[in-house]
Ligand binder design. Structure first.
Ligand code: HEM
Length: 468
């Protein structure tokens, strides 16, 4: 019994013919994770550091910091958050819904289309105005529409079915995929405006509405879908179907209200009614986030079903939900103030909420849930059993990175000098180190577990000895 084989998901690549039937199709989630981490580490986080350093040292880069920060936002939200959560969702959807993934021939096109679009945009946007830049921006926007369309089609055909067993997660994933497609259309329209009017960057308010839909209307839905489905398994909480569905719809309504209000003002000029509608959207989102955190059971568990070996990674999940509650508090405060004043929240207020959600919820949740549910990390707990201290250090590093990033934005107009960028430099450095460590652990385990012999019973004594 002591030498019984360990039940682990095999991570060795299968020969091609094993993917031949649809029933057996297993989404290439490792490619999605690899693409997401590469776009984040070599793109989004690198640009964040460049923009923060340019601000701190007051480098005279003209419009470039603005262009690079827009490219940074796209790489982080769509490239990192979208591809990571989307790839994991492709893997989880058949398990959640009881149906195999549909439209599987499209899956292989999602990474080249979305990744290609983002890389092209990051290269084209800072280039000097001309036909090449225009073509690059338009092709990039077109690729994103096709990529988002393919992504949404796969998700909707797989999970938006009357006989789905995915419960409320079907709502979150379906609405999130529609949000992604809507954002890609909005992005296309904005890029056409940039090209037609030879603008250096997309107009700020319209870009802010776009980024809002990408973040709250797409990646947040996938985080909530996984969070309300998988996290209650660890906290022993029930998964109430009706209330969770209502939350998904309320979240969608909140995103639509804010985006429409902001776009109305951007096109038609100042309007108290549109501003109030946008702020009502923020209040709805705030209430939805509080409800998701409550339903997850992280702060009110009924039972402790977290395995001892997952105790340390679960601190990432706790932190992510704590930041979710903090985001809700910020949105409630800014939304209520804006509603009373009949004005949109200031840019720094939106930035504070945006980065609390982007770094504190999205990035920290990706790291925590990744460590808890990905097969590579399940195997890693056997291969490297004494890593709890390292994981806790990473939890601390990421939480300090969040505080450093949002601190200057919360100070707002009270801190306008170049020194406001120094905490951002610290944040970018810490977050890069944290995410790079996560990536290194993931790929190290993937390559170690490709050795067909590593999970065999006869290798168990060696692993036990290593654990002592
Ligand atoms: C690691 C720490 C990070 C640093 C230091 C950082 C830095 C910055 C800076 C300096 C800006 C420009 C802000 C402004 O001009 O008001 C910005 C904008 C933005 N960031 Fe980050 N960021 C970080 C992480 C992230 C992450 C993880 C995400 C998403 C997952 C993200 C998404 C965005 C978005 C969407 C924008 C707005 C871009 C636009 O205006 O189009 N950031 N960030």
């Amino acid at each position: 019994m002591a030498d019984a084989p360990i039940a682990l998901t095999d991570v060795t690549p299968r020969p091609r013919h094993e993917h031949a039937t649809r029933r057996e199709y297993d989404a290439p989630y490792r490619w999605f994770i690899g693409a997401a981490l590469s776009l984040a580490l070599f793109g989004g986080f690198a640009l964040a550091l460049a923009v923060a350093l340019a601000g701190a040292f007051e480098w005279d880069w003209g419009a470039r910091p603005l262009q690079l920060s827009q490219a940074h936002g796209q790489l982080q939200l769509i490239g990192f958050g979208g591809l990571f959560t989307g790839g994991v969702a492709f893997r989880l959807m058949p398990r959640f819904s009881g149906h195999p993934l549909r439209l599987t021939p499209l899956v292989r096109f999602v990474i080249p289309l979305v990744g290609g679009s983002l890389i092209l945009r990051a290269l084209a946007e800072p280039a000097s105005d001309g036909a090449l830049r225009d073509a690059g921006l338009l092709v990039s926007a077109g690729l994103l529409v096709v990529g988002a369309g393919a992504f949404a089609a796969i998700v909707l055909r797989t999970i938006a079915r009357p006989d789905t067993r995915a419960e409320a997660t079907a709502y979150f994933f379906s609405l999130g995929s529609v949000g992604f497609f809507a954002a890609s259309i909005l992005n296309f329209a904005l890029v056409v405006e940039v090209v037609n009017d030879s603008l250096q960057v997309a107009p700020t308010l319209k870009q802010s509405a776009l980024v809002f839909v990408e973040q709250y209307g797409f990646t947040l839905f996938f985080i909530c879908g996984i969070g309300t489905r998988a996290v209650p398994n660890f906290t022993g909480r029930p998964r109430p179907y009706t209330s969770t569905r209502v939350i998904a719809v309320a979240l969608a309504a909140g995103v639509a209200l804010f985006a429409c209000g902001a776009l109305w003002i951007a096109h038609q000029g100042v309007s108290g009614t549109a501003a109030r509608a946008a702020n009502a959207g923020l209040l709805l989102i705030s209430a939805s986030l509080i409800s998701v955190a409550w339903l997850s059971g992280v702060f009110n568990p009924s039972a402790d079903r977290v395995a001892t070996a997952s105790g340390a990674p679960f601190w990432f999940v706790r932190s992510a939900f704590a930041w979710m509650v903090f985001t809700a508090a910020l949105l409630a405060w800014y939304g209520a103030r804006g509603f009373a004043d009949a004005a949109l929240p200031e840019a720094h207020a939106l930035d504070a909420a945006r980065h609390t959600l982007a770094l504190g919820v999205l990035t920290v949740m990706i790291m925590g849930m990744g460590m808890m549910i990905l097969p590579e990390f399940a195997g890693r707990r056997l291969q490297h059993p004494n890593e709890d201290a390292l994981v806790i250090v990473l939890v601390v590093v990421m939480n300090i990175a969040v505080v450093m990033r949002i601190w200057p934005s919360i100070e707002g107009i009270g801190w306008l000098g170049n020194t406001r960028y120094w905490p951002m430099v610290i944040s970018g450095t810490l977050a890069t180190v944290g995410l790079a460590s996560f990536a290194a652990m993931f790929f190290q385990s993937y390559f170690e577990q490709r050795d067909p012999g590593w999970a065999r019973p006869q290798n168990l004594p060696a692993r036990r000895a290593a654990r002592r």
